[in-house]
Ligand binder design. Structure first.
Ligand SMILES: Cc1cc2nc3c(=O)[nH]c(=O)nc-3n(C[C@H](O)[C@H](O)[C@H](O)COP(=O)(O)O)c2cc1C
Length: 319
């Protein structure tokens, strides 16, 4: 059992995280794992409340559940088990053995294939309409909501993206934080490498500018992004429970999209900058708290390279 849990923690390292900070720590206590947020990896300026840090930890929690499920064990999760330890996010154990279902095997396969794809999506290719129901249900199962922005929302979305971008570009501490995580020593196994970032190209809604200029080395290809859909992961409230479930939902939606042959790249600038977040909130059909915007579409091939992950020693500590 111990080995199964360690395998789940190890394979869950492939989860997405803000600027690939991988802001989690696993502690193994024998019959169960503890998942902790790692504030040493928090973006103190971009993410002062730790919302995107906890959201990223929600993604790794969902990934660990997917691995356990695919290995044939029911994941047993207790979220926020100790109110006196705010960085202890969950206890994760393996319940009774049972055969892995088709869906868990597919999710496990997607976990290994999933990448952030920042290239413009394929020209003229649309996301099949019936896919939205799958993605929405993936989010709902995790206690969050998923809203597909409509054509009439695009002008506001563009405005929010450009505004967030301008605020970030003029804020020297944000710029420094992004630079820190885009210029990591490869041995660290984290951060956003230039080979996964595309140079700025004309597209309907601009994506995050990592400030790499000519060093951004991923070929944008010939997509035009006109078929991109923009989805908002939202929760009813805006507390740490919501952030964790928004992270689990983001992972679930992303793996479901991958299984349907779609690609995703998150756009968190629009929830980092308060004015932009207010604008996105106003686009939701019912009152709610936007936690992340996801750009989803039909990718160009082949898939972009994988981003690095920390070596095994940094991932699980024995208690
Ligand atoms: C909460 C969160 C916010 C993110 N925000 C952005 C973003 O604004 N722009 C972007 O290009 N990628 C964003 N990402 C994607 C991460 O940069 C990516 O997951 C990380 O670099 C690891 O790469 P991978 O997803 O290909 O494994 C975000 C991911 C998460 C979980």
């Amino acid at each position: 059992m111990h080995a199964t849990l360690l395998q789940a923690a190890w394979e869950a390292r492939l989860a997405p995280s803000i600027l690939n900070t991988q802001p989690w720590r696993w502690r193994s206590g024998g019959a169960r794992l503890e998942l902790h947020a790692n504030p040493a990896r928090q973006l103190l300026h971009i993410d002062p409340r730790g919302r995107l840090m906890i959201l990223s930890c929600g993604a790794v929690l969902h990934h660990a559940r997917v691995v356990l499920d695919a290995l044939g064990y029911e994941p047993v999760v207790e979220r926020w088990p100790d109110s006196g330890r705010p960085m202890l996010l969950a206890h994760v154990g393996a319940g009774p053995e049972r055969p892995a279902g088709r869906e868990s095997v597919m999710a496990y396969r997607s976990l290994r294939l999933r990448r952030t794809d920042r290239r413009p999506f394929r020209a003229g290719a649309r996301v099949p309409f019936d896919t939205f129901a799958w993605l929405r249900s993936a989010a709902e199962q995790e206690g969050a909501h998923l809203y597909v922005l409509r054509g009439q929302d695009m002008e506001f979305l563009r405005y929010a993206a450009r505004g967030a971008h301008a605020v970030g570009a003029h804020d020297l501490r944000s710029v420094a934080e992004v630079r820190r995580w885009t210029s990591r020593d490869p041995a660290a196994g984290d951060g956003v490498p230039p080979g996964t970032v595309v140079p700025e190209v004309d597209r309907p809604v601009p994506v995050r500018d990592f400030g790499l200029g000519a060093a951004a080395a991923l070929d944008p290809g010939d997509g035009d992004d006109t078929g991109a859909e923009f989805l908002v992961v939202a929760t009813e409230h805006d507390n740490r429970w919501d952030w964790l479930s928004a992270g689990e939902a983001t992972s679930a939606v992303w793996l479901a999209a991958t299984a349907h042959g779609l690609a995703v790249s998150p756009m968190s600038e629009m929830v980092e900058v308060p004015g932009a977040r207010t604008l996105i909130r106003s686009l939701l059909p019912v009152p709610g708290q936007p936690q992340l915007v996801l750009r989803v579409g039909v990718p160009q091939s082949p898939a972009p390279q994988a981003s690095p992950r920390r070596p095994a020693a940094g991932i699980v500590a024995e208690t």
